[in-house]
Design a protein around this ligand. Structure first.
Ligand code: XLS
Ligand code: NI
Ligand code: NI
Length: 436
């Protein structure tokens, strides 16, 4: 069988002192951190679109990456080569999961029937490769945003014909995900938003979207798909205003339409920062509602205002993310998917390894640090101490619904001015630093 990464052997753990760029310094898959192994905690996944279909093109220049699986003449041969290259990569890197959009793995044909036949073909190959290697599908999703028919959206398109097309496409993608034993199915609202209110009925579009998501639930049950349905928020790009702006917006949408028991969230770092939040903010918003299902790990660039999808390398951010994940005892069926791309100048195949090794090591470090912080309990103790006035006396009555404004007024008239209490932010930041 042709090798696509001939110079690269299986990536191994060599420990923090290793200087080998093709080795893990922190990710040691079988090492236990608490009750679970690192592999079980982190559930790493490679994103098919960036890693195998990305070309490095930007608005100022075309493809630049060297990708030997992309050069066959026949488009289906190319798709097969790409799938084989992907599994060689997953195995050499040692990741347990991968993710795809339907159109990443098989090219679209002239009509839906032929397109579906192509997809089926490649899904059969993926099934065989999954079986041979043990690599599993973290989630499948559908690309309902690249084709010109989706220019005004898919589920929120003002044309019911396009809505029906998107439904047909997602029906097939859900069935393929099920066939491959996918652990989740993701909805990222590609062009579900608007660019101009003058031609937009926002309420109608949101009602449409809710109908779309209801039908997805109905189809999930119909075909017996057991995975989790996930919505991935993003505030802008490609449309000026995406409906799934951030975790809070998506959660209130789900509650408004009674869909909250059927969907969880897939939170992406760079989407959270585009929305003006930190990654850990959106993770926390999802988590406290019991709805943090999975994450797309990447990072923005502070000097650029768009979804740069860089590989994560910030230990603070990874630590804060892992603190939220550990606190809710893991991601369940979800995982950490590197929805990230190498920079335009990193066009070698080897760069793909460096990028993923760095991302995996960053989260492995984050995991180790977060676990230690949690075990020592200092931070948790500080926070619980901060709210202790709600555990007894008047605070307890407030939380139990046993008091009212009149009683609270009486209380203040008697007790007077509250004492100022410092929030100790600098002290706590120093504490975090002492672990990093
Ligand atoms: C784009 C999104 C996309 C989803 C999957 O910004 O991150 O890649 O994760 O459709
Ligand atoms: Ni994403
Ligand atoms: Ni993104």
């Amino acid at each position: 069988m042709k090798q696509f990464f001939p110079g690269i052997k299986k990536i191994r753990y060599e420990g923090p002192d290793s200087k080998n760029p093709l080795a893990f310094k922190h990710y040691n898959p079988n090492k236990k951190i608490g009750k679970k192994t690192m592999k079980e905690h982190l559930r790493f996944s490679v994103a098919f679109w960036h890693t195998f279909k990305g070309t490095g093109s930007d608005p100022f220049g075309g493809p630049v990456y060297d990708r030997p699986w992309d050069i066959a003449n026949d488009c289906m041969q190319q798709a097969e080569n790409t799938m084989r290259a992907a599994f060689e990569f997953f195995t050499k890197l040692g990741v347990p999961f991968y993710c795809w959009h339907d159109r990443d793995i098989a090219p679209e044909a002239d009509n839906l029937k032929e397109t579906n036949a192509r997809l089926k073909n490649i899904v059969n190959l993926a099934k065989k490769l999954q079986h041979d290697t043990g690599v599993k599908l973290l989630w499948g999703t559908s690309n309902c945003f690249s084709h010109p028919r989706f220019t005004h959206g898919a589920g929120t398109n003002p044309d019911a014909h396009v809505f029906a097309y998107a439904a047909s496409q997602i029906k097939m993608a859900m069935e393929c995900t099920k066939q491959l034993g996918g652990a989740n199915y993701v909805f990222w609202g590609g062009r579900e938003g608007y660019s101009n209110l003058l031609n937009t009925n926002m309420k109608h579009e949101q009602d449409q979207m809710a109908r779309f998501l209801e039908m997805a639930v109905e189809h999930k049950k119909k075909i017996g798909f057991k995975g989790t349905l996930l919505i991935e928020p993003k505030p802008k790009e490609p449309t000026k205003h995406q409906y799934d702006y951030d975790a809070a917006t998506v959660l209130s949408f789900l509650h408004k339409y009674g869909l909250e028991d059927e969907y969880k969230l897939n939170i992406e770092a760079n989407h959270a920062t585009l929305a003006g939040h930190t990654f850990e903010h959106d993770l926390t918003v999802a988590s406290i509602d019991g709805k943090l299902g999975s994450i797309d790990a990447n990072r923005g660039d502070y000097l650029l205002g768009w979804d740069t999808d860089l590989f994560p390398s910030d230990i603070y951010s990874a630590t804060f993310a892992m603190m939220v994940i550990i606190n809710q005892r893991g991601l369940g069926t979800g995982g950490i998917n590197f929805d990230a791309k190498v920079r335009r100048g990193s066009f070698d195949e080897k760069d793909l390894f460096h990028a993923h090794i760095g991302g995996m090591d960053s989260f492995a470090r984050g995991l180790k640090i977060a676990h230690k912080i949690k075990n020592d309990g200092v931070l948790a103790n500080f926070v619980s101490e901060r709210y202790k006035s709600f555990k007894s006396g008047i605070g307890r009555k407030v939380m139990r619904g046993e008091t009212n404004f009149r009683e609270l007024e009486k209380y203040i008239l008697k007790k007077g001015e509250p004492k100022k209490i410092s929030g100790r932010e600098e002290m706590l930041e120093n504490l975090i630093n002492s672990y990093i």
